[in-house]
Write a protein that binds this ligand. Sequence first.
Ligand SMILES: Nc1ncnc2c1ncn2[C@@H]1O[C@H](COP(=O)(O)OP(=O)(O)OP(=O)(O)O)[C@@H](O)[C@H]1O
Ligand SMILES: [Mg+2]
Length: 365
Amino acid sequence: MMARSLRVALEYIEKVKSARQRNGYPSLQKFSEDIQPSLSTVKNFFAGIAIDYEYFREICEKLGLEWQDIAYKEPETQPNKPQPTNGEASPFITGAPITQPRYFFGREKELKRLFNLLKRHPLQNAAIIGKKRSGKTSLLHYLKNITTTSAEQLRPEQKFDWLPHPENYCWIFVDLQDARMQSREGLLKYILESLKMQVPTPCDLDHFMNVVSDNLHSPTVILLDKISVGLQRCPELDDGFWESLRSLATNHTAGNLAFVLATPESPIEMAHNTGHSSPFFNIFGYTAYLEALAETEARELIASSPIAFTDEDVEWILTESRCWPLLLQILCGERLFNLEEGENNDNWREEGLRQMKSFTHLLDS
Ligand SMILES: Nc1ncnc2c1ncn2[C@@H]1O[C@H](COP(=O)(O)OP(=O)(O)OP(=O)(O)O)[C@@H](O)[C@H]1O
Ligand SMILES: [Mg+2]
Protein backbone atom coordinates (compact mmCIF):
# COMPACT_ATOMS: atom_id res chain seq x y z
CA MET A 1 0.00 0.00 0.00
CA MET A 2 1.30 3.47 -0.84
CA ALA A 3 2.35 5.61 2.14
CA ARG A 4 -0.01 8.53 2.70
CA SER A 5 2.78 10.86 3.76
CA LEU A 6 6.50 10.99 3.13
CA ARG A 7 9.47 12.93 4.41
CA VAL A 8 12.90 13.70 3.06
CA ALA A 9 15.51 11.40 4.58
CA LEU A 10 17.69 13.57 6.83
CA GLU A 11 20.83 12.87 4.85
CA TYR A 12 19.23 14.44 1.76
CA ILE A 13 18.15 17.73 3.30
CA GLU A 14 21.22 19.50 1.93
CA LYS A 15 20.67 17.94 -1.46
CA VAL A 16 17.10 19.24 -1.71
CA LYS A 17 18.18 22.71 -0.56
CA SER A 18 20.88 22.95 -3.19
CA ALA A 19 18.45 21.68 -5.84
CA ARG A 20 16.15 24.59 -4.90
CA GLN A 21 18.99 27.09 -5.27
CA ARG A 22 20.01 25.54 -8.56
CA ASN A 23 16.49 25.96 -9.86
CA GLY A 24 16.57 29.66 -9.04
CA TYR A 25 14.50 29.74 -5.85
CA PRO A 26 16.55 31.46 -3.14
CA SER A 27 13.57 31.70 -0.78
CA LEU A 28 10.95 29.17 0.29
CA GLN A 29 8.27 31.82 -0.22
CA LYS A 30 9.21 32.24 -3.88
CA PHE A 31 9.38 28.50 -4.37
CA SER A 32 5.94 27.94 -2.91
CA GLU A 33 4.38 30.57 -5.16
CA ASP A 34 4.99 28.36 -8.17
CA ILE A 35 3.43 25.18 -6.85
CA GLN A 36 0.22 23.97 -5.30
CA PRO A 37 1.45 23.00 -1.81
CA SER A 38 1.27 25.83 0.71
CA LEU A 39 4.25 27.62 2.22
CA SER A 40 3.92 25.68 5.46
CA THR A 41 3.95 22.36 3.54
CA VAL A 42 7.04 23.52 1.66
CA LYS A 43 8.72 24.49 4.94
CA ASN A 44 7.97 21.06 6.37
CA PHE A 45 9.32 19.37 3.28
CA PHE A 46 12.69 21.15 3.52
CA ALA A 47 12.86 20.51 7.25
CA GLY A 48 12.47 16.74 6.77
CA ILE A 49 8.95 16.66 8.23
CA ALA A 50 6.40 14.32 6.64
CA ILE A 51 3.95 15.82 4.16
CA ASP A 52 1.21 14.46 1.94
CA TYR A 53 2.52 11.95 -0.58
CA GLU A 54 1.09 13.85 -3.63
CA TYR A 55 2.69 17.11 -2.49
CA PHE A 56 5.95 15.34 -1.83
CA ARG A 57 6.02 14.11 -5.42
CA GLU A 58 5.05 17.48 -6.81
CA ILE A 59 7.83 19.29 -4.95
CA CYS A 60 10.40 16.71 -6.01
CA GLU A 61 9.32 17.08 -9.62
CA LYS A 62 9.74 20.84 -9.38
CA LEU A 63 13.24 20.34 -8.00
CA GLY A 64 14.12 17.87 -10.78
CA LEU A 65 14.67 15.05 -8.27
CA GLU A 66 13.35 11.49 -8.22
CA TRP A 67 11.10 11.29 -5.16
CA GLN A 68 12.06 7.65 -4.50
CA ASP A 69 15.72 8.63 -4.20
CA ILE A 70 15.29 11.06 -1.34
CA ALA A 71 12.28 9.75 0.58
CA TYR A 72 12.93 8.28 4.00
CA LYS A 73 12.53 4.52 3.82
CA GLU A 74 11.02 2.74 6.77
CA PRO A 75 13.18 -0.04 8.20
CA GLU A 76 12.11 -3.38 6.75
CA THR A 77 10.96 -5.05 9.92
CA GLN A 78 8.03 -3.53 11.75
CA PRO A 79 8.14 -5.24 15.13
CA ASN A 80 5.25 -3.25 16.51
CA LYS A 81 2.86 -3.90 13.69
CA PRO A 82 -0.25 -5.45 15.25
CA GLN A 83 -0.64 -9.11 14.43
CA PRO A 84 -3.93 -10.64 13.44
CA THR A 85 -5.55 -12.06 16.56
CA ASN A 86 -8.55 -13.70 14.90
CA GLY A 87 -6.87 -17.00 14.17
CA GLU A 88 -5.16 -15.95 10.91
CA ALA A 89 -1.69 -15.94 12.46
CA SER A 90 0.01 -19.28 12.37
CA PRO A 91 0.93 -20.36 15.91
CA PHE A 92 3.74 -22.66 14.75
CA ILE A 93 6.39 -21.24 12.49
CA THR A 94 8.86 -23.52 10.76
CA GLY A 95 11.58 -22.26 8.52
CA ALA A 96 11.68 -18.49 8.71
CA PRO A 97 13.28 -16.94 11.79
CA ILE A 98 10.85 -15.79 14.46
CA THR A 99 10.52 -12.02 14.28
CA GLN A 100 7.43 -11.42 16.43
CA PRO A 101 8.36 -11.78 20.10
CA ARG A 102 5.09 -13.48 21.03
CA TYR A 103 6.06 -16.56 18.98
CA PHE A 104 9.51 -16.83 20.57
CA PHE A 105 9.99 -19.21 23.49
CA GLY A 106 12.70 -19.88 26.03
CA ARG A 107 16.35 -18.80 25.97
CA GLU A 108 15.84 -17.15 29.39
CA LYS A 109 19.36 -17.95 30.53
CA GLU A 110 20.96 -16.50 27.40
CA LEU A 111 18.71 -13.43 27.45
CA LYS A 112 19.63 -12.69 31.04
CA ARG A 113 23.34 -12.79 30.24
CA LEU A 114 23.04 -10.84 27.02
CA PHE A 115 20.93 -8.03 28.45
CA ASN A 116 23.25 -7.87 31.42
CA LEU A 117 26.10 -7.01 29.04
CA LEU A 118 24.00 -4.43 27.26
CA LYS A 119 22.30 -2.64 30.12
CA ARG A 120 25.41 -1.00 31.64
CA HIS A 121 28.31 1.09 30.51
CA PRO A 122 30.45 0.17 28.72
CA LEU A 123 28.22 -2.01 26.56
CA GLN A 124 29.94 -5.34 25.96
CA ASN A 125 30.14 -7.55 22.91
CA ALA A 126 28.73 -11.04 22.67
CA ALA A 127 28.65 -13.94 20.25
CA ILE A 128 25.78 -16.37 19.77
CA ILE A 129 27.01 -19.73 18.56
CA GLY A 130 24.72 -22.51 17.46
CA LYS A 131 24.29 -25.25 14.91
CA LYS A 132 22.43 -24.62 11.69
CA ARG A 133 18.75 -23.96 12.44
CA SER A 134 19.28 -23.78 16.19
CA GLY A 135 17.59 -20.39 16.52
CA LYS A 136 20.39 -17.81 16.20
CA THR A 137 18.62 -15.32 13.96
CA SER A 138 15.42 -15.61 15.99
CA LEU A 139 17.36 -14.70 19.12
CA LEU A 140 18.90 -11.64 17.43
CA HIS A 141 15.44 -10.44 16.40
CA TYR A 142 14.14 -11.03 19.90
CA LEU A 143 16.93 -8.98 21.47
CA LYS A 144 16.17 -6.16 19.09
CA ASN A 145 12.40 -6.20 19.54
CA ILE A 146 11.40 -7.46 22.97
CA THR A 147 12.11 -4.35 25.03
CA THR A 148 10.03 -2.08 22.82
CA THR A 149 7.08 -4.34 22.04
CA SER A 150 3.91 -3.34 23.83
CA ALA A 151 2.49 -5.72 26.43
CA GLU A 152 -0.68 -6.44 24.44
CA GLN A 153 1.43 -7.89 21.63
CA LEU A 154 3.17 -10.31 23.99
CA ARG A 155 2.05 -13.44 25.80
CA PRO A 156 0.84 -12.60 29.30
CA GLU A 157 3.85 -14.02 31.15
CA GLN A 158 6.53 -12.70 28.79
CA LYS A 159 9.27 -10.56 30.34
CA PHE A 160 10.06 -7.37 28.47
CA ASP A 161 11.61 -5.03 31.07
CA TRP A 162 15.18 -6.15 30.45
CA LEU A 163 16.61 -2.65 30.08
CA PRO A 164 16.13 0.38 32.31
CA HIS A 165 15.66 2.79 29.37
CA PRO A 166 14.88 0.76 26.25
CA GLU A 167 13.74 3.89 24.42
CA ASN A 168 17.33 5.18 24.39
CA TYR A 169 18.70 2.17 22.53
CA CYS A 170 19.31 1.90 18.83
CA TRP A 171 19.38 -1.64 17.40
CA ILE A 172 20.77 -2.31 13.97
CA PHE A 173 20.18 -5.69 12.36
CA VAL A 174 22.79 -6.50 9.72
CA ASP A 175 22.21 -9.61 7.63
CA LEU A 176 25.44 -10.20 5.74
CA GLN A 177 23.62 -12.54 3.39
CA ASP A 178 21.80 -9.50 2.04
CA ALA A 179 23.61 -8.40 -1.13
CA ARG A 180 23.21 -4.73 -0.15
CA MET A 181 25.39 -5.30 2.92
CA GLN A 182 28.16 -7.02 1.03
CA SER A 183 30.04 -3.91 -0.04
CA ARG A 184 31.76 -1.51 2.33
CA GLU A 185 29.79 1.45 1.14
CA GLY A 186 26.45 -0.39 1.24
CA LEU A 187 27.01 -1.62 4.77
CA LEU A 188 28.34 1.68 6.14
CA LYS A 189 25.48 3.58 4.53
CA TYR A 190 22.93 1.20 6.01
CA ILE A 191 24.42 1.60 9.50
CA LEU A 192 24.42 5.40 9.22
CA GLU A 193 20.85 5.48 7.93
CA SER A 194 19.75 3.22 10.77
CA LEU A 195 21.43 5.61 13.20
CA LYS A 196 19.70 8.53 11.43
CA MET A 197 23.07 10.12 10.81
CA GLN A 198 24.13 12.02 7.74
CA VAL A 199 25.70 9.85 5.04
CA PRO A 200 28.96 11.51 3.93
CA THR A 201 30.20 11.60 0.35
CA PRO A 202 32.13 9.53 -0.29
CA CYS A 203 30.84 7.09 2.28
CA ASP A 204 34.20 5.48 2.96
CA LEU A 205 35.62 4.09 6.18
CA ASP A 206 37.36 7.31 7.27
CA HIS A 207 34.29 9.46 6.85
CA PHE A 208 32.11 6.83 8.47
CA MET A 209 34.39 6.68 11.50
CA ASN A 210 34.31 10.46 11.85
CA VAL A 211 30.53 10.73 11.60
CA VAL A 212 29.93 7.93 14.08
CA SER A 213 32.58 9.04 16.62
CA ASP A 214 31.18 12.58 16.57
CA ASN A 215 27.51 11.68 16.77
CA LEU A 216 27.01 8.41 18.59
CA HIS A 217 25.93 9.34 22.12
CA SER A 218 23.34 6.75 23.02
CA PRO A 219 23.58 2.99 23.47
CA THR A 220 23.74 1.23 20.13
CA VAL A 221 23.87 -2.46 19.38
CA ILE A 222 24.86 -3.79 15.98
CA LEU A 223 23.54 -7.31 15.46
CA LEU A 224 25.61 -9.15 12.85
CA ASP A 225 23.94 -12.19 11.34
CA LYS A 226 25.57 -14.62 8.90
CA ILE A 227 28.92 -13.01 9.47
CA SER A 228 30.67 -16.04 7.98
CA VAL A 229 29.02 -15.23 4.64
CA GLY A 230 30.48 -11.73 4.91
CA LEU A 231 33.92 -13.12 5.58
CA GLN A 232 33.79 -15.66 2.77
CA ARG A 233 32.14 -13.67 0.04
CA CYS A 234 32.95 -10.02 0.55
CA PRO A 235 36.54 -9.06 -0.18
CA GLU A 236 35.72 -5.43 0.68
CA LEU A 237 34.98 -6.48 4.27
CA ASP A 238 38.64 -7.18 4.95
CA ASP A 239 40.75 -7.14 8.12
CA GLY A 240 41.20 -3.36 7.90
CA PHE A 241 37.44 -2.91 7.85
CA TRP A 242 36.82 -5.09 10.91
CA GLU A 243 39.70 -3.47 12.76
CA SER A 244 38.13 -0.06 12.28
CA LEU A 245 34.84 -1.33 13.67
CA ARG A 246 36.66 -2.70 16.68
CA SER A 247 38.42 0.59 17.31
CA LEU A 248 35.13 2.44 16.96
CA ALA A 249 33.56 0.30 19.68
CA THR A 250 36.53 0.27 22.02
CA ASN A 251 38.02 3.75 21.64
CA HIS A 252 35.68 6.21 20.00
CA THR A 253 32.15 5.80 21.25
CA ALA A 254 32.54 6.06 25.03
CA GLY A 255 31.26 2.56 25.65
CA ASN A 256 28.04 3.20 23.74
CA LEU A 257 28.56 0.70 20.96
CA ALA A 258 28.49 -3.08 21.09
CA PHE A 259 28.31 -5.93 18.60
CA VAL A 260 26.34 -9.13 18.97
CA LEU A 261 27.14 -11.65 16.31
CA ALA A 262 25.58 -14.96 15.35
CA THR A 263 27.69 -17.72 13.91
CA PRO A 264 27.88 -21.51 13.74
CA GLU A 265 31.44 -21.53 15.10
CA SER A 266 33.47 -19.33 17.44
CA PRO A 267 34.39 -15.93 15.95
CA ILE A 268 38.10 -16.66 16.24
CA GLU A 269 37.80 -20.03 14.49
CA MET A 270 35.56 -18.55 11.85
CA ALA A 271 38.03 -15.73 11.15
CA HIS A 272 40.87 -18.22 11.03
CA ASN A 273 39.00 -20.57 8.66
CA THR A 274 38.26 -17.74 6.25
CA GLY A 275 41.80 -16.32 6.25
CA HIS A 276 41.10 -13.35 8.53
CA SER A 277 43.17 -12.28 11.49
CA SER A 278 41.61 -8.99 12.57
CA PRO A 279 41.54 -8.43 16.34
CA PHE A 280 37.85 -7.59 15.88
CA PHE A 281 37.17 -11.29 16.34
CA ASN A 282 38.76 -11.30 19.81
CA ILE A 283 36.41 -8.81 21.41
CA PHE A 284 33.56 -11.21 22.13
CA GLY A 285 33.98 -11.78 25.83
CA TYR A 286 30.71 -13.63 26.32
CA THR A 287 29.55 -16.48 24.14
CA ALA A 288 26.07 -17.99 24.27
CA TYR A 289 25.96 -21.56 22.97
CA LEU A 290 22.48 -22.34 21.72
CA GLU A 291 21.31 -25.77 22.79
CA ALA A 292 17.84 -27.26 22.95
CA LEU A 293 15.25 -25.45 25.09
CA ALA A 294 14.76 -26.34 28.73
CA GLU A 295 11.86 -28.76 29.15
CA THR A 296 9.61 -26.19 30.82
CA GLU A 297 10.28 -23.79 27.92
CA ALA A 298 9.47 -26.52 25.40
CA ARG A 299 6.22 -27.31 27.25
CA GLU A 300 5.29 -23.64 27.05
CA LEU A 301 5.80 -23.67 23.29
CA ILE A 302 3.63 -26.78 22.94
CA ALA A 303 0.96 -25.30 25.21
CA SER A 304 0.63 -22.28 22.90
CA SER A 305 -1.40 -24.45 20.52
CA PRO A 306 -4.92 -23.04 20.07
CA ILE A 307 -6.22 -26.63 20.40
CA ALA A 308 -4.82 -28.44 23.44
CA PHE A 309 -2.83 -31.64 22.86
CA THR A 310 -3.28 -34.73 25.00
CA ASP A 311 -0.62 -35.53 27.62
CA GLU A 312 0.46 -38.49 25.56
CA ASP A 313 1.00 -36.31 22.47
CA VAL A 314 2.90 -33.74 24.51
CA GLU A 315 5.25 -36.41 25.86
CA TRP A 316 5.78 -37.85 22.38
CA ILE A 317 6.62 -34.41 20.97
CA LEU A 318 9.06 -33.69 23.81
CA THR A 319 10.82 -37.04 23.31
CA GLU A 320 11.11 -36.87 19.53
CA SER A 321 12.15 -33.20 19.34
CA ARG A 322 14.46 -33.40 22.34
CA CYS A 323 13.25 -29.85 22.94
CA TRP A 324 14.89 -28.28 19.86
CA PRO A 325 12.68 -25.33 18.96
CA LEU A 326 12.53 -26.03 15.22
CA LEU A 327 11.62 -29.69 15.81
CA LEU A 328 9.00 -28.71 18.37
CA GLN A 329 7.51 -26.31 15.86
CA ILE A 330 7.40 -28.97 13.15
CA LEU A 331 5.74 -31.60 15.33
CA CYS A 332 3.30 -29.17 16.92
CA GLY A 333 2.42 -27.82 13.46
CA GLU A 334 1.65 -31.34 12.22
CA ARG A 335 -0.40 -32.20 15.32
CA LEU A 336 -2.42 -29.02 15.07
CA PHE A 337 -3.05 -29.47 11.36
CA ASN A 338 -4.31 -32.99 12.01
CA LEU A 339 -6.62 -31.78 14.80
CA GLU A 340 -7.94 -28.93 12.72
CA GLU A 341 -8.73 -31.38 9.92
CA GLY A 342 -10.75 -33.37 12.44
CA GLU A 343 -8.63 -36.49 11.91
CA ASN A 344 -8.46 -38.78 14.87
CA ASN A 345 -5.44 -40.92 14.09
CA ASP A 346 -1.68 -40.92 14.55
CA ASN A 347 -0.73 -40.32 10.91
CA TRP A 348 0.56 -36.89 11.89
CA ARG A 349 3.42 -38.52 13.81
CA GLU A 350 4.78 -40.22 10.72
CA GLU A 351 4.45 -37.02 8.72
CA GLY A 352 6.09 -35.03 11.54
CA LEU A 353 9.09 -37.34 11.62
CA ARG A 354 9.36 -37.11 7.84
CA GLN A 355 9.36 -33.29 8.03
CA MET A 356 12.00 -33.41 10.75
CA LYS A 357 14.39 -35.49 8.65
CA SER A 358 16.28 -32.58 7.08
CA PHE A 359 17.07 -31.19 10.53
CA THR A 360 18.08 -34.25 12.50
CA HIS A 361 21.66 -32.87 12.67
CA LEU A 362 20.25 -30.96 15.65
CA LEU A 363 19.88 -34.24 17.50
CA ASP A 364 23.54 -35.24 17.01
CA SER A 365 25.52 -34.65 20.15
N1 LIG B 1 13.19 -19.29 20.57
C1 LIG B 1 12.43 -19.88 19.66
N2 LIG B 1 11.11 -20.06 19.89
C2 LIG B 1 10.35 -20.70 18.98
N3 LIG B 1 10.81 -21.19 17.81
C3 LIG B 1 12.12 -21.02 17.52
C4 LIG B 1 12.99 -20.35 18.43
N4 LIG B 1 14.22 -20.35 17.89
C5 LIG B 1 14.13 -20.99 16.71
N5 LIG B 1 12.87 -21.40 16.48
C6 LIG B 1 12.45 -22.24 15.34
O1 LIG B 1 13.61 -22.66 14.65
C7 LIG B 1 13.58 -22.21 13.30
C8 LIG B 1 14.97 -21.78 12.91
O2 LIG B 1 15.32 -20.60 13.63
P1 LIG B 1 16.42 -19.56 13.09
O3 LIG B 1 16.18 -19.25 11.66
O4 LIG B 1 16.45 -18.46 14.06
O5 LIG B 1 17.73 -20.45 13.23
P2 LIG B 1 19.22 -20.12 12.76
O6 LIG B 1 20.13 -20.73 13.76
O7 LIG B 1 19.36 -18.66 12.52
O8 LIG B 1 19.27 -20.91 11.38
P3 LIG B 1 20.41 -20.79 10.23
O9 LIG B 1 21.57 -21.55 10.75
O10 LIG B 1 19.77 -21.44 9.03
O11 LIG B 1 20.70 -19.32 10.05
C9 LIG B 1 12.52 -21.13 13.24
O12 LIG B 1 11.86 -21.15 11.99
C10 LIG B 1 11.55 -21.57 14.33
O13 LIG B 1 10.70 -22.56 13.81
MG1 LIG C 1 19.92 -17.63 10.80
